[in-house]
Design a protein around this ligand. Structure first.
Ligand code: ADP
Ligand code: MG
Length: 694
């Protein structure tokens, strides 16, 4: 693809895509119009028929339709909207906690409504909580979909319906411009016509398609694509490996420079596991080839310090370090730690995030290029072009699962004037099975911190149903009045920062009202950086005793004096995320910490298992394993989120029997069909990889 045509196919040029949606699409890994067509549903719903309310059962998702009888706002501890729906066979109540007044108004008596969701037993009989719904007039019925309804993984700022529309438009665009229609004899999708036809099938499977097959990734149309994607990743891993073996890493000596005085200045000793992993890293750093090492360690095991030792070593040898973080809060936290650790050694650390003021950024960019900044800590902002290092020797990526392949590649290209490949250290709390790491990354070494700093007590975890909420609130008050500090985390199903912020605000009101004796604070993703900082700082100092927050605190926030965490609606979160959240407490030596999971009844079987697992163990590795097992075969998106790799459709655990076949074909392609190999890599991984270079 030429530069020009690449531009032409940029997702930004699609009708209906503004800069805001473009940036959300980019977050999903969609940069071009074909990328959008390759963004596949992660599940399907059958909304092809309406079920009479009288015939519905509990805990099965259904489409119902009826007349709005009444819509009222009530207070039951919190504000709720009840809408009664009747269809001649039965009555159902739609119940909402987060709603705008406009929504209430639109739910007018006498109008018709169609809802899709799970039915649960409620105070007035059958109810649906926050279903998806459409309102219409009896005279103007809305059409029923005649295919399975695709549900796409999406991200904040991009509604499911909008994304669906964008994908539909992208499909049309590809049809008109002859994209994704490669010669079927090359791939194995001939059964469905060509690649585009195969993709179209998966975006809109006919209603008679076996939905279980689709959910489990066993449909032939999926298998074709799964294998192709695995092949693309193997080809890519091969390229990276070749490329790295061909390149030289930044040269570093074995001498430890400042290491001794740094370690002496710490208020604690390294754990044995930290010492061992640091030794392993140091051997790589002083070798000839660029390091590619994964540093695994449970939440709280002290990975940051090992990262800091690596940065210090790079610095002693005259190299700069970049530390990449998935969130601003985490970047700031690291920045503070690094300043405490390194300022007195004359090592200059800077922070660059999306909220850095333009003036400061200009200064940072200038100093960075001159080599006056030794360590740059930041978020995605570091990837921007124009941010150039003088002598980048080491890239540390924290919690890598939030970064995509694109960004890993782009850091390879920031090697500075000398065009070397910087050493790379990836820190993660998610264990990645070794065989998988090899498949995906080619040559990735692993170091494991398998020990927590001394004196850490496991967090005591228990669970309570929401019906005991008042008791829990009372208990939190008692605990906080003894001088302890607590988090109260609120979670939301939909990935929407705005809704999440809104419900955190409501929770904050509720809690502040019921606990007038406590100083309560609030942080959520919608606050400005200064506001966030000042609240967290007050919490750290104890000026705030109870912090109501959203999952923004999941990574990075380090307030060792906080020893209690309440997680609302834990049933909405995956195990790994729960564990990560819980890791915010239990950080103070010789102090007991507690985590209380305040769940909504009734729990699904899976949710119950997750909660039980949390109560039973604090071991991150065990939790990660259970997580994979529970996510089961169906949850492709979950695997992706859990950080195993940047996959669109394949799940290397579920699809393990395809790995060998894919490996053979990848080898064959890389030998005899380099052009098609290049097409595959570009298609699945992006344009950053220049296949011709290897
Ligand atoms: P994670 O592995 O989750 O990134 P951190 O690096 O954030 O963990 O470390 C968690 C906490 O433990 C930090 O407050 C850190 O200063 C502290 N810490 C790190 N190493 C040690 C150690 N050897 N002894 C005591 N505390 C330590
Ligand atoms: Mg960390």
């Amino acid at each position: 693809m030429t530069e020009e045509s690449k531009d032409l196919h940029s997702i930004q040029n699609l009708k209906g895509v503004g800069p805001k949606s473009a940036s959300s699409l980019n977050n999903l890994g969609i940069f071009t119009i074909p990328d959008a067509v390759m963004h596949l549903p992660f599940r399907y719903e059958d909304r092809s028929f309406v079920t009479p309310i009288g015939d519905t059962a509990y805990q099965v998702p259904v489409l119902i339709e009826g007349e709005i009888m009444k819509s009222t706002v009530v207070f039951r501890g919190r504000r709720m909207l009840f809408t009664e729906i009747y269809d001649g066979t039965g009555k159902l109540t739609m119940r909402m906690f987060n709603f705008a007044m406009a929504q209430h108004k639109a739910l007018e008596e006498g109008k018709m409504i169609r809802c899709y969701g799970n039915i649960t037993p409620g105070p007035n009989g059958k109810q649906m909580i926050h279903p998806q719904y459409q309102i219409f007039e009896r005279e103007q019925p809305i059409e029923i979909e005649d295919n399975l309804t695709p549900i796409y993984p999406t991200t904040s700022g991009l509604q499911q319906n909008k994304l669906k529309k964008i994908i539909e438009t992208s499909i049309k665009f590809c049809e008109e411009n002859n994209l994704l229609k490669e010669d079927p004899s090359k791939g194995s999708y001939s059964k469905f016509g060509n690649l585009l036809e195969t993709l179209k099938f998966l975006h809109k499977p006919p209603v008679d398609t076996n939905i279980t097959d689709l959910i489990e990734g066993k449909h032939p149309a999926q298998k074709v694509l799964i294998k192709e994607e695995l092949i693309a990743h193997m080809l890519c891993a091969g390229i990276l490996k070749n490329e790295l073996e061909g390149r030289t890493g930044p040269l570093m000596a074995e001498e430890s420079g400042n290491e001794g005085s740094f370690l002496d200045s710490l208020p604690f000793h390294l754990t044995e596991a930290q010492k061992r992993t640091w030794r392993e890293i140091k051997i790589d750093l002083t070798g000839k080839n660029p390091m590619r090492r994964l540093l695994q360690g449970d939440v709280g095991s002290g990975k940051t310090l090992v990262g800091a030792l690596s940065a210090l070593h790079a610095n002693s040898n005259g190299w700069q370090t970049a530390l990449l973080c998935p969130t601003e809060i985490l970047a700031e936290q690291h920045f503070n730690s690094f300043q405490t650790w390194f300022d007195h050694l004359g090592i200059k650390t800077e922070l660059l995030t999306g909220s850095t003021k333009a003036k400061d950024k200009k200064q940072i960019v200038k100093e960075l290029a001159k080599g006056e900044i030794d360590i740059l800590i930041g978020t995605h902002a570091i990837f921007q072009s124009g941010v150039d290092f003088n002598r980048l020797g080491l890239t540390i990526i924290d919690e890598q699962h939030r970064f995509g392949v694109h960004q890993r590649f782009s850091m390879l290209e920031k090697g500075g004037k000398e065009q070397l490949s910087p050493h790379q250290l990836i820190m993660t709390a998610t264990p990645i099975p070794r065989t998988l790491a090899m498949t995906v990354y080619g040559s990735l070494e692993t170091s494991v911190i398998d020990e927590l700093p001394p004196g850490r007590n496991p967090v005591q975890t228990s669970s309570r149903p929401d019906s005991l909420r008042d008791k829990v609130i009372k208990r939190v008050e008692e605990v906080c009045l003894t001088g302890k500090r607590a988090y109260w985390v609120c979670t939301l199903i939909e990935d929407s920062e705005e809704l999440e912020a809104q419900s955190a605000e409501e929770l904050f009101k509720e809690i502040s009202q019921s606990l007038p004796k406590l100083k309560v604070g609030l942080v959520h993703g919608r606050l400005k950086k200064d506001e966030k900082d000042s609240v967290i700082e007050k919490f750290r100092k104890g000026d705030i005793q109870l912090l109501v927050c959203t999952t923004v605190i999941e990574v990075g926030v380090d307030v060792p004096d906080a020893t209690l965490m309440i997680i609302e609606n834990p049933e909405r979160l995956g195990l790994s995320q729960l564990h990560q959240l819980r890791g915010r407490v239990g950080r103070k030596a010789n102090t007991e910490s507690h985590c209380l999971l305040l769940y909504k009844e009734p729990l699904s079987g899976m949710a119950e298992e997750r909660i039980k697992t949390m109560e039973m163990t604090n071991d991150g590795f065990q939790i990660a394993e259970k997580d994979l097992e529970l996510r089961g075969a169906g949850d492709i998106y979950g695997i992706r989120q859990s950080g195993l790799m940047d996959l669109k459709i394949a799940n290397p655990i579920r699809d393990s029997e395809l790995l060998v076949e894919a490996q053979d074909e990848a080898l064959e392609l890389s030998r005899n069909e380099t052009e098609f190999a290049e097409t595959l890599v570009k298609r699945w991984i992006g344009n950053r990889v220049d296949y011709s270079e290897s």
